[in-house]
Design a protein around this ligand. Structure first.
Ligand code: 6GU
Length: 225
């Protein structure tokens, strides 16, 4: 999978791809991530990329031409399956969306800043809009990193069997059950007996029950879906 990210703050986005799971996916040539500095496509000596909004109001808006120049350059080089815009005024990212995107070949992610992008960018180029939750971030960069992590870890070969994404919270719309490791007793707090029993059908049953109970308690909305 190839991901091209168009951003005003490329430096803010570098470290997630230079560490941990995403670094390994890139080293194994399973994923390719390219950062594009929107400023390089700006107008004039100042490389202008934003302007005041028509109709007045606080906050700058990213202009269509620099974004169009960047997207059209990329499109001239290969076909893209999705052109995604990260914005808080969109449907919230969930595991189903991450699963679907993990099957794509080439995607572009555009990250907004300031008051966002000219609506015509969205109308002309964007095929999918994604928010990562009901709160506002300064820009879409960190949201793009979140999306990439959620998607890349699902690509076959990125995670080993021992960390398989199939047992994650949300893969079955349930939260994960509690986990324990050594010591089996700490400050009088004991690990549940069943986990030490070696009875694997019983352990699986306990984990399922715990997952269900946790979900009912913390995220009952997931059980309705
Ligand atoms: Cl994708 N962008 C921004 N700026 N804020 C957000 C978001 C995205 N998702 C949640 N909040």
């Amino acid at each position: 999978m190839r991901i091209d990210i168009i951003t005003v703050e490329p430096d803010l986005l570098r470290s997630p791809f230079e560490n941990s799971m995403m670094k390994r996916a890139i080293e194994k040539n399973i994923a390719e991530v390219h950062l594009h500095n929107l400023r390089e496509y700006g107008f004039g000596n100042y490389r202008q990329i934003d302007d005041y909004q028509f109709g007045g109001g606080a906050g700058m808006v990213l202009m269509i031409e620099p974004i169009a120049k960047c997207i059209e350059k990329l499109q001239s080089e290969r076909d893209y399956d999705e052109i995604i815009y990260m914005t808080p005024d969109a449907k919230t990212l969930n595991q189903t969306t991450a699963n679907t995107l993990s099957l794509k070949e080439n995607i572009i992610i555009l990250t907004g800043h300031y008051k966002g992008v000219d609506q015509r960018v969205r109308d002309k180029f964007i095929t999918k809009e994604i928010s990562i939750g009901d709160y506002v971030l300064t820009g879409g960069e960190l949201a793009a990193a979140v999306l990439c992590d959620a998607v890349i870890r699902l690509i076959p070969g990125v995670l080993g069997d021992e960390t398989s994404a199939l047992t994650d919270s949300f893969q079955d719309n349930l939260l994960s059950p509690p986990v324990y490791t050594r010591p089996s007793e700490y400050d009088g707090m004991k690990v549940p007996e069943v986990l030490l029993s070696g009875n694997f059908p019983k352990i699986e049953e306990w984990r399922s029950e715990q997952a269900y109970e946790r979900t009912k308690e913390i995220r009952p909305d997931l059980l309705d879906e």
